[in-house]
Structure formats: structure tokens, C-alpha cells
Design a protein around this ligand. Sequence first.
Ligand code: PGA
Length: 259
Amino acid sequence: MRTIHIVGNWKANPKTLSDAKELARKVKEQSRKFSRVHVTLAAPTPYLLPIGEIIGRSERMTLAAQDCSSKEAGAHTGEVIAPMLKSVGVSEVIIGHSESRARGVSDGEINARLHQLYKYKLRPILCIGEEKRDLHGAYLQFLSTQLTSALKDIPKAAVKRLIVAYEPLWAIGEHAAVPDTPEGFHHTAIFIRKVLSHLCDAPSALKIPVLYGGSVNVDNASSFLCEGYADGLLVGRASLKAKDFLSIITNAEAVTTSL
Ligand code: PGA
């Protein structure tokens, strides 16, 4: 039976700590009902510690950060480094999100950040995704380059602990034209696993969770899991409404029992 990972990427939301706590509490209250779905809340940095306290020790729920510095401790004003995240209870870190890449974070920097995450035993949720999809498949080469450059010099044993989130840029956020289709995601995920098999080994590549992200909502979430065979979902806007996020989780539980 596969585990489905549902990650709520809160981005720069909500505006206050009390709203963030209320959202986390609502999800946590229902977490007793999750038996097969693994839920991760990716909260903004100032909220990590209090949200981690609400999550507590749980096998089914974890805390993620939304990014991490490639630096070690020192004179780096404004940087949040991997051991800090580890010490406040973070277990996963989103890395290479397109909104972070758009701020100028290069492939080389993403690779350096990944090295830090592995060094401090934090599990990366590596985001990749093309800006445009072309009919000739050039976007696949783009995805392959994003993966291989991010994972440069990462030992094969470490690659096995990766989570990949495929998020085509054209499908993310309120200005997105459309989400990907489950079939489109499925084809791309097969390609991603093929690239991963060269970076670790084929049996391990099959076990690396490949999530879909980009305009996931209550109506389309299950189809990405059922028809798209996604190992999980990276949910932005729909993770900010407890009711919607909990419906997505409940539907994912139902999907795992039907597999
Ligand atoms: P969205 O964001 O669900 O609001 O499209 C997804 C993401 O960027 O992770």
C-alpha cells in the first residue's frame, strides 16, 4: 500500500500567527483520521516553531520549511540555515520552488542548498517544472537538466530520500491558465523517474515520491492521485482553507484504500 503525501504550501500566508495557529489546529484535530496519508504543513519561517508545537510528535503529520540557505552559521544577515530548521522540529524543506527560482536562485545554488539539507538530515521536497510545454518535448530536457543539476554530487543513497514535486509554472497560482491533466502528469512522472534512475538506481527511483503541484483543488485532487498515479500533491491556495485542505486529505485517504 503506497503512502500519499499531501503537502500544504502556505507561501507568505496567513498574515498573522493566530490565523496560522487556527489553520494548523483544524488540520491537526482531524489528523487522528489519517491512517495512510502523510500530511506536511510548509509554514513561513516565523511560524515554524509554534506550528511545530501544534503538530507535536506525529507519524502522520510533519512540519516543512519553504526554503533553506546554503550557508553554515556565521555572518549572513537574513539567512535561515539548515541546523536552525532542524532544531525547531522541521523535517522536510521545499527547495527550488519556481517562486524562489524567479527571485534569482540558480541551479547551482539549489544544489548547494540540497547538500546542506542532506548534511543536516532534512528531507528535500525538490520542485521542478517547465515554464512552457512544447509539442516537441523540449520541456522534458529542461526537467532533466533541472533534476541533474540540483542533484549534482549528491550520493545515490541520499537521492533515495528525495521527494520530487513536479509543478509546471503555467499551472501554478491564481493567474494559471489551467492545471495539468492527470494523464499529462503521469507521462511526465514516468520521465522524471527515468532520469532519477540514472541518479540512484531503478528500483529506488520507483520508490521516490513524485508529487503533482499547480492549482490543485478539491475537485481535481483525486484525479491526479487516481488517474495520474501521483504519490501526492503540493497544494498552495487550497491549503489555506482548512475545509478544502481537509477534503483533499479525506479524498486521498479514500484513494489509498481503493488501490
Ligand atoms: P497553487 O500553488 O496550488 O496555488 O497553484 C502551488 C504551489 O506553488 O506550490
